[in-house]
Design a protein. Sequence first.
Length: 282
Amino acid sequence: MKKRKHSLTFIVLLSSLVVVIIITSLLIFVKRDKFNDAFFNILYEINKALILTTIFGTITKLISDEIFKVKTNDTKMRQLGIHSIGEGKLDKKQTRIMFGGKGYEYPSELKFCFISGVVFIKVFTKNIIEAIKNGCHVKILIADPIKSHDYLARANTVNNQNGEYGSYINQCHTTIQMVEEIKNYIKEHDLTGSIEVRHYIDEYRYNFRIAKFYHNLNDEVIKAWINFQPINKNAIDQSLTVIGNYDEEYLKDTNSRVSRESNNIVLSLDESFDMLWDIYKK
């Protein structure tokens, strides 16, 4: 129906343009003495009105087409579970949504997948510990610094890592060390949550972060932040984040739950993480 409406609008505008061309040709090429003044003035006013209508109608159509495209795209994104796109760096609000605290619910699970994750773990160590204090279980997937040595060396050639943490290989070792320090903190303070790191082999994946919330057995909410960046750039320099959501309770109230579940990229991402997590057991 919407496509038919757009086609009809195009036909009307095209017809107006044809009429404008015909009347303009009459006014220019036919001598005025062939018409009486009243008829000439009528043609002139009609032509002027049609020109304005065609111009503004065309502008309106172009704008409405763009709005229609945006709305259509927005609908498709929401069907996939994608709700917004932002810069790669987490702002304060998204940080609270992910880790909880300051009025936001603490997650039951946090799942992170990186090449090394060293900067992220360093920056958000306090947030991670706070979530663990509130019963969160943290799972981190990074490249294996030994078995993925060749891959990490190649990745370092494409995107030279010359910061304070050194190469990707050194970064992975540093991340492992930071996780061990958090584990020691958990033991010392007898916290209810946990943290564990596992290593994938030669499987580069864009950085993604998942927060899961279990309100009850039948109500699972998954939030995801999927990072995209050029492979030759660091995330902090050039990246964007696709933010998504999967709400099991919401899907119960829809008539197409199976379809929505199968299309939801956030749910698929969570399942993909679990598959890798199980494959790469220690």
